[in-house]
Design a protein around this ligand. Structure first.
Ligand code: DAT
Ligand code: MG
Length: 151
């Protein structure tokens, strides 16, 4: 068992479209543990750091403008294999290529409005959790069904 944490964010389109409960619920009903949750409109500085790996891509400035355009729901989810599993729940970057049953496959059509972000590996998960959250904003707790959540 590898207990992991990953960073997930509902982007401004997900918030504006009233999809917070729908999206958050996919992770909760899957059985992962919510250890961090807040709403904020990201600063340009935060957005540029978060998407720094894409800074030379043609879509970078539009991406930063979009992600800073309104409130985002920032979350940290914990669980066995949660980093890869969250990416599966989220689906492919291009929503038209994302499988039905995934969040993007069910809820989005446009790559620039694909409703959700999730860390793509353990290094990015650590980087993004530390970028978006202070240590004292993360809550350690033991779900009453903890023993059912692990192999
Ligand atoms: P993901 O969000 O699946 O990790 P990514 O890291 O490749 O995808 O890109 C980050 C975000 O940038 C993505 O969710 C949407 C946007 N994006 C990626 N490629 C794009 C493109 N070709 N045109 C417009 N936006 C794009
Ligand atoms: Mg990415």
């Amino acid at each position: 068992m590898t207990l992991e944490r990953t960073f997930v964010a509902i982007k401004p389109d997900g918030v504006q479209r009233g999809l917070i409960a729908e999206i958050l619920g996919r992770f909760e009903t899957k059985g992962f543990k919510l250890v961090g949750l807040k709403q904020l409109t990201p600063s340009k500085e935060l957005a540029e750091k978060h998407y720094g790996v894409h800074k030379d891509r043609p879509f970078f400035s539009g991406l930063v403008d979009f992600i800073t355009s309104g409130p985002v729901i920032a979350m940290v989810w914990e669980g066995d294999g949660v980093i890869a599993s969250a990416r599966k729940l989220i689906g492919a970057t291009k929503p038209l290529e994302a499988e039905p049953g995934t969040i993007r496959g069910d809820l989005a059509v446009n790559i620039g409005r694909n409703v959700i972000h999730g860390s793509d590996g353990s290094d990015t998960a650590d980087f993004e959790i530390n970028l978006w959250f202070q240590e004292n904003e993360l809550v350690d707790w033991t779900p009453s069904d903890q023993e059912w959540r692990v192999e």
